[in-house]
Design a protein around this ligand. Structure first.
Ligand SMILES: [Zn+2]
Length: 390
């Protein structure tokens, strides 16, 4: 049977940057300096070339080598070296798909600077459909790693020393953990040099200004002066189309902000980002089956109903009331809860109703993006059924 085809809506005309400003930016870009070849992980890539290679990470106890695939796209003109990486937590798949779509964009043939793509950092976890490494370590708590340490420490060391330290900027792609779904959002420590420009440049409605966790990629790269932002969207072990499209757009928006790509001609509505400086988890006050009523991205006021927990053999419902006004940025997808389990992550904003409006308009913009893949049965070629035997 022929594979399902994809129906793509026509691109919408864009607005925002005027054509004159776009031509001016293009003229300025043309006056750049040609780049020298770049050397990453012992591979040399000349300007105008793209190279994909396998970086040895470890050896399994079957003696099978385990590699990390890296792609380097080295533009003709000098500019930033941007790393886009995913699956540091091996079960977080949306970022892998973001990179898969990003790398096919024709605009990457004309970038200024260098784009380094690592779609699966934690290959152990990816193979095992697990967040962790074989020794149950979290790779994102193991940077910068060690050449002589455990498997986790060695994997962290190879990635950090040979890839991260060669870059000037990093976008790290994540999802929520298993059974939780994140609203697409950027997490960043906005007081770190260069971080706020990238976070706002991603152009997504919600930025969570969050502190640095010791030995995370954000903290350790930041220590070396490399700004890192994290894109969080969707749930582990799932693909979410809106999270993927928003991710591809966000990365290209950051590349425009860093002048790696020309400013968009004409169009495209860019989302206005709002910053939350604090967030809190709402935890279940009861045991039972959980039914969420507030959706991701919803604006809830203090006292409004978030959901209900009911014990299987009881007619009593425990109604979950929002403890403060905020936006729902993560929700649990597992209906089985014990008292104390985290159910909703709420972010505090100065103008939460404006944030919700921006989320709604960003969602509809994403749904109309040509990147959005709508699979329809109309496009599947039909095969005449065999005549029934008489
Ligand atoms: Zn993660």
């Amino acid at each position: 049977m022929a594979p399902a085809k994809t129906a793509k809506p026509k691109p919408k005309p864009a607005e925002g940057v005027s054509r004159k400003a776009g031509r001016e930016a293009t003229r300025r870009r043309g006056a750049g300096t040609l780049q020298a070849p770049i050397e990453i992980a012992g591979r040399r890539v000349r300007r105008g070339e793209r190279l994909q290679f396998e970086l040895p990470m470890a050896q399994l106890y079957t003696q099978t080598p385990l590699d990390m695939t890296v792609e380097v796209i080295h533009g003709r003109w000098q500019g930033p070296v941007l790393l886009v990486c995913a699956a540091i937590h091996g079960d977080e798949l949306n970022g892998i798909e973001v990179i898969r779509r990003l790398r096919t964009l024709p605009a990457l043939d004309r970038i200024r600077g260098t784009l380094v793509l690592v779609p699966i950092v934690n290959m152990f976890g990816f193979l095992n459909q697990s967040r962790y490494l074989p020794d149950r370590r979290d790779l994102n708590r193991g940077f910068p790693g060690s050449e002589t340490g455990s498997v986790a420490a060695r994997a962290a060391d190879v990635f950090f020393r040979t890839i991260v330290s060669r870059c000037t900027h990093v976008i790290d792609l994540h999802t929520a953990a298993v059974n939780r779904e994140n609203l697409p959002q950027v997490r960043a420590a906005l007081d770190q040099p260069g971080v706020e420009e990238m976070a706002r440049g991603f152009a997504i409605p919600v930025i969570v200004n969050s502190g640095l966790i010791d030995r995370s990629l954000r903290a350790e790269a930041g220590r070396m002066g490399i700004p890192v932002i994290t894109y969080e969207a969707g749930e582990a072990l799932r693909l979410h189309e809106n999270a993927i499209v928003a991710g591809v757009r966000g990365v290209t928006n950051v590349m425009r902000t860093l002048d790696m790509l020309p400013a968009r001609r004409g169009s495209a509505a860019r989302a206005e980002p709002y910053v939350a400086n604090s967030t809190s988890w709402f935890r279940s006050p009861a045991d039972g089956l959980f039914r969420p009523l507030a959706r991701l991205g919803a604006h809830v006021k203090k006292g409004e109903t978030l959901g209900v927990v009911s014990a299987p053999f009881s007619s009593d419902d425990t109604v979950l009331a929002a403890p403060f006004e905020g936006i729902v940025i993560c929700v649990s997808r597992l209906p089985l809860v014990n008292e104390g389990d985290a159910l909703f992550h709420l972010a505090r904003f100065v103008a939460a109703s404006d944030v919700q409006g921006e989320i709604v308009s960003h969602d509809s913009d994403i749904a109309g993006d040509p990147l959005y893949e709508i699979e329809t049965v109309d496009n599947i070629e039909t095969i005449d059924p065999e005549p029934a035997p008489r």
